[in-house]
Design a binder for this molecule. Structure first.
Ligand code: 5MM
Length: 340
C-alpha cells in the first residue's frame, strides 16, 4: 500500500469511516476513569483502550486511531502490541504530538500549545513505530474580549510549523484549532462562535500557506459552529448550515478531508450534526468525525472497569461507531438509536 501523504489522508477520510480520538493525556484519562470509579494506572488505561481496539466496529467504521505516547508503546494483556490491534483491523495509527496548552504570556485567559522543540526527531521515531498521522490541538476560548489576535495568530502559527514538520517526516498532520464550546463562561451565541471560527480558520490557512504546507496532505479537525455550552438553543439544521457556511468560506477544496471534534456535545448531537451536514452535500471535501468523548462515553460507562463487561463496552462502542459511520455519509436517523 502506498504511503504518500495524499494516500494516507484519503484513507483517513475513506467513505463511511472516521477517526477515534483516544489520545487523552494522563490527566484527562484519569478524570474519565475516575468518573466510573476506576483508578488510572497503566493497566487500567491499557484495558480500557484494548477493549475498544478489539471491537468489531474498528474494521468497518474506524479509519484511524489517535494515540497518546504511552499507548503507542503498550502491549495488550496477551502481549500483542496495541498498535498491532489497530493495524490488524485495517486502521491507521495516529499520535498526539503536542505537549499541551499553557498560559500565553501577556494574554490573560488564553493559551498557546507547545511541543515544537525536538519535534522532527520525535516524528521520525513515531514513524518508525508505525504512526502515519499526527495531531496537534490549539485551543481558542471565547469570553468577554477574547479571543485576541495575539492568541489566534500564535496558535495558527504553531499549527502551521507543526504541520510542516510532520509532512517532512512522511506523517499527515491533523490540524486542530478548537474554538471551545465549553469555555468560561460558555454563554456565547452561535453568531459569535461563527465569527470567531471563521477568523480562526482564515488565519490558520494563511499561516499554513506561508509555511508552505501541502494542503493535499492534511486533515482539518475543527469545532462545529455551535452556541456556548450554557446557552444552547440552535437546532440541528442551524448548526449544520452555519458550520458549512464557515467551512466553505475558509477551507480550500484541495484539503481532502475535515474530521470534526465533538467538543462536549452529547453523543447523539454530534452524530446528528455530522449527518445533517453530509446530507446537505455535495461538498468539496470529505466530512467525517474524529470524536473522543462522543465516541467513547457510552462504552466507558458500559465497561465500568470490569472484565465481565468487556462485551457490553464493545457493543456500546460498536453502536456509536456505526451511527457515526452513517452520519459520515448523511444517512443517520434518530430511529436507528433505538435499535441499540
Ligand atoms: C481525546 O481527547 C483529546 C485529548 O485531550 P487532552 O490533551 O486534553 O487530554 C482531544 O484533544 C481530542 O482529540 C479532541 O479534542 C476531540 O475530542 P472530543 O472529546 O472533543 O471529541
Amino acid at each position: 500500500m502506498s504511503d504518500s501523504l495524499q494516500d494516507i489522508a484519503n484513507r483517513m477520510v475513506s467513505t463511511g469511516k472516521g477517526i477515534l480520538a483516544a489520545d487523552e493525556s494522563t490527566g484527562s484519562i484519569k478524570k474519565r476513569l475516575e468518573s466510573i470509579g476506576v483508578e488510572s494506572t497503566p493497566e487500567s488505561r491499557r484495558d480500557y483502550r484494548e477493549m475498544m481496539f478489539r471491537a468489531d466496529a474498528m474494521k468497518d467504521y474506524i479509519s484511524g486511531v489517535i494515540l497518546f505516547d504511552e499507548t503507542l508503546r503498550q502491549n495488550a494483556a496477551d502481549g500483542t502490541p496495541l498498535r498491532d490491534l489497530i493495524t490488524g483491523a485495517g486502521s491507521l495509527i495516529g499520535i498526539k504530538v503536542d505537549t499541551g496548552a499553557v498560559p500565553l504570556q501577556n494574554f490573560p485567559g488564553e493559551t498557546i500549545t507547545e511541543g515544537l522543540d525536538g519535534l522532527p526527531k520525535r516524528i521520525a521515531e513515531y514513524h518508525d513505530l508505525g504512526a502515519r498521522f499526527a495531531k496537534w490541538r490549539g485551543v481558542i476560548a471565547i469570553s468577554n474580549g477574547l479571543p485576541t489576535w495575539g492568541a489566534v495568530r500564535s496558535n495558527a502559527h504553531a499549527l502551521a510549523r507543526y504541520a510542516a514538520i510532520c509532512q517532512e517526516g512522511g506523517i499527515v498532520p491533523i490540524v486542530e484549532p478548537e474554538v471551545l464550546m465549553d469555555g468560561v463562561p460558555g454563554d456565547h451565541s452561535i453568531e459569535r462562535c461563527q465569527e470567531v471560527t471563521r477568523w480562526v480558520l482564515e488565519t490558520l490557512f494563511t499561516e499554513l500557506k506561508e509555511a508552505r504546507v501541502d494542503l493535499t496532505g492534511i486533515i482539518l479537525k475543527p469545532n462545529m459552529v455551535i452556541d456556548g455550552k450554557h446557552a444552547r438553543k440552535a437546532g440541528v439544521a442551524q448548526v449544520a448550515e452555519r458550520t458549512l457556511a464557515v467551512l466553505k468560506a475558509t477551507v480550500p477544496s484541495t484539503v481532502p478531508g475535515i474530521a470534526f471534534l465533538s467538543g462536549g456535545q452529547t453523543t447523539e448531537e454530534a452524530t446528528a450534526h455530522l449527518s445533517a451536514m453530509n446530507a446537505m452535500g455535495p461538498l468539496p471535501w470529505k466530512l467525517t468525525f474524529s470524536y473522543g468523548r462522543a465516541l467513547q462515553a457510552p462504552a466507558l460507562k458500559a465497561w465500568g472497569g470490569k472484565s465481565e463487561n468487556v462485551a457490553a463496552g464493545q457493543r456500546a462502542f460498536n453502536h456509536r461507531a456505526r451511527m457515526n459511520g452513517l452520519a459520515a455519509v448523511g444517512t443517520w436517523a434518530a430511529e436507528l438509536e433505538k435499535a441499540a
